[in-house]
Design a protein around this ligand. Sequence first.
Ligand code: SAM
Length: 490
Amino acid sequence: MEWLSENEVYVSDKATWGRAAHPLVVAEETLIEDEPAGRGLLARRDIQAGEALFQVPYHLCFTKDVAVRRFAALGVPAIANEEEYMALAALLLYEKGLVESRRAGSANLGSFWEPYLDMLPSSPRESEPTNEFRKQSSETLNALWLWDEDDLEWLLGSPTRTAARTLRAKVEKEYHEACDRLYRHFPHVFDREGAFSLKNFLWAFGVLFSRAVSLPAEDGLLALVPYADLVNHSPFCTSFIDSRPAEFPYSFRAASSPKREEWWQRVLGRRGGTRSAADGTGSSLYRDAAQREVVAYADRFYDKFEQVYVTYGQKSNAELLLLYGFVSDRNPYNSVEVCVSLNSSGLANDSIAERKRMYLRACGREPDNPECFPLYADRYPLELMQFLRFAALTEEDVAGYSDLDQVDVTRPLSRTNEVAARDALIGACKSALEAYPTSADEDDAALKDKSMAKLLTRNQRLSVRLRRSEKRILERTIAGVQREIQSLKL
Ligand SMILES: C[S@@+](CC[C@H](N)C(=O)[O-])C[C@H]1O[C@@H](n2cnc3c(N)ncnc32)[C@H](O)[C@@H]1O
């Protein structure tokens, strides 16, 4: 908090002239749905709907712009060509490396962001795994894509397990490509044995996936925002983090070039050193940025001591677990992927099967590959039904059409086709359910039985909750589609 106020984040509990006291306090351990959610922000007093929850000056954030200036000053202007995630990861790793080498006795000044870096979660499994389910959370990254294979076994049957492996493989590939493209050319900046090891790179992406925000008012600019990244997620909240022109003047601003210069020299870790042209602090973009701040507004009234939330987006439990390491039992945006193909449930064993295959190929789709769609607790996408109607077409349905693209599958064609399409969906849901080694009721029982639940590690509990939520959607879809078949009036 001290670092924040020194750097002009208004966190004072005292009102000043024209400015109310800051409405939030940091809670070190919060519980959400009876599970540990790490730190969070609580209302220090009643908060009105529409009130700004916090304002963080733009110059404290990690953005690509800062990374470009930071690395240009180190003689690596090529960071400008990197994607935002790569540039931010490099900045995080470099700054973290400075802190660690200083602590190990090196003469550098450490990092301007040291207090912020110190509160970021560490790599998974640096601390001993614990069976005690209330322990852990804010100190360790727990995103699914960073879980080890033993823990992933608990998601056997879930499509989310494959998603986790795919994401991890993708980030590892990014690392090796970054080594070839950039890191190995500047070994004095990117120490691959130390700060820029694969393990640290995974940590940096874990931090970015779970804490970086995309600011709508900046065309989706990616930013790590100290303090704002202490707010937890609620799927029922509509507040989101964004930026705006600074409401109160920061002393670090366009008009104050000595201040700006002083700050930038601190970021560069120089003791009153000289500025090089490559620092680029005079650029117009940088001056503009200095006058902006990151904010979120309360979407409702909060009582004193209530936890305040923002939304991380309308995400399914699989996405929440994958990127953030938690699930929500009451998530209205929960979904599970179901995959169907021409071959599934014997849909393509008809006389026009070859025509369907050719048509799909002409549309740029591989007919033997499954098409995957999200199922929600109360609905499924129209595109799924269109695909199934197409797959279930019979010779009778297409009689009179010279080409399959003349058949309009956006509407029901016949009762037989509607029933066949729905039967195929039921079949796909049943096979998805069969892929799990346990039923939703068994998962439920495991969670309700307190002595059994105590034997589970946190990741095992999260797995069981995710599996159960996916199976419940599949079961509901089957029941709903069966009702639809009964009420078909064509
Ligand atoms: C942006 S940070 C929020 C601050 C974080 N709790 C901390 O201690 O620093 C995102 C992380 O907070 C936790 N989190 C956020 N919302 C949560 C929720 N609804 N339930 C459980 N954990 C949550 C997860 O660990 C997630 O990766």
